[in-house]
Design a protein around this ligand. Sequence first.
Ligand code: PLP
Length: 452
Amino acid sequence: MSNVAAPAEAPVRDHVFHRNLLKKYPVAVRAAGVYIFDSDGKAYLDASSGAVAANLGHGVQEIVDAMAAQAIQVAFAHTVRFETPVMVETAGRIADLSPDGLETVYFASGGSEANEAAMKLARQFHLDSGRPGKHLVVGRWQSYHGNTLGALSAGGDVGRRTSFSPMLAPYPHVSAPENEPLESVCPHLGSPGEQFDYIGEFEQVIARVGAENISAFICEAIVGSQQGAVVPHPKYLGRVRELCDRHDIVLIVDEVMTGFGRTGKNFAVEHFGVTPDIITFGKGVTGGYAPLSGMIVHDRIVDVIRERSDGVFRHGYTYSGHPVCLAAGNAALTYYTDNSVLENVVAQGRYLREKLDELQARQPRMGPVRGRGLLLGFDLLDVRGRRHITSEAFNEMAMQNGAIFYPGKGRIDGIRGQHLLIAPPLTIQRVDIDLMVDILEQTLTDVDVDVS
Ligand code: PLP
């Protein structure tokens, strides 16, 4: 600090360690509904719900009020010493929404933290059950479970993993199915035109590393950021469940992006009729109003911890069960129910899908639309003789045009390249969907006009 005034022309130093230190970011100063406004007054239609988290749009007064009331009542109580009414109530509501048997909820702050906790809980469950060798987590390529080192080890985003690889745990990976029904063709699933045996590959990994060494299998039921809303064959997850049962492998389903209605069901596993041992959640549980995440744990695991570990899960975060974040979650869950948000997802998801299918039919750069509910995606294709564009660059152009999508890179081997995820707030209405699709079309057109 200095008392000497800086010369007028000196640039103001920005002390924020931005995601990209070289980039100039628009300044978000206001938000309402599905729109964010920057300091120049420009409006952005948020077709990505931030990072697929601001699921209820902006300015929901009930959630803000609940947070303020909780902050006055008890802003913080360490969960090592206390429980709070809001924690008990929110856990109960989440358990009610979950598949039968998943009755106990552990809270954390972010999705990565939730997955770390889930992997450690699986390990403790095996230790307590007399299976001490079980320590490896089998993950899938083209999956994302978070940026902390354990979650990155289990995840399969090659780009994010590569430079950190010596620090990652040596977890095995299997392939993630391609979109059903086009490419998800596995002999175990009884599809014609078999291409790849996903279940057989998992069996081979189990045989190679030994079931006695495998603690858990982690996957997203419908893959979000890494594949761009890829839905597997309807039987895939059931077959995975069978293998996990046969080999005492804890099945962790990561619903950080898909939980709380995003795909038209409370949890994406419901599309496949499968009950995991642990579901992890985050993002949308508060509609983005506060950081809250966690895991919902099946009784068969909780009972073992209760009986063999004196009831103690050897894990914890300072901000686990933060009352203000829970108040946001609790109020958001009330809002979901009171405003029939799930029904809106189904109706608007169908409408958006129709509009995108229509657009795809006249836009050679759009691959077939896929996904469920309001988690839709498509590959951004190269067109012969026209310039290549990355999904990141495409999204920058879309932002210029007034909408934000969720760009993704997909595989690095070129089979699935650039894709775009479309995941607007679950409260979106037709008029905003129409505008969003218009901006998408405009941007697709601009790509060929703008040859800079
Ligand atoms: N799991 C999935 C499926 C995600 O999409 C994400 C974030 O995008 C995470 C985990 C990590 O969550 P967070 O960024 O809150 O740590």
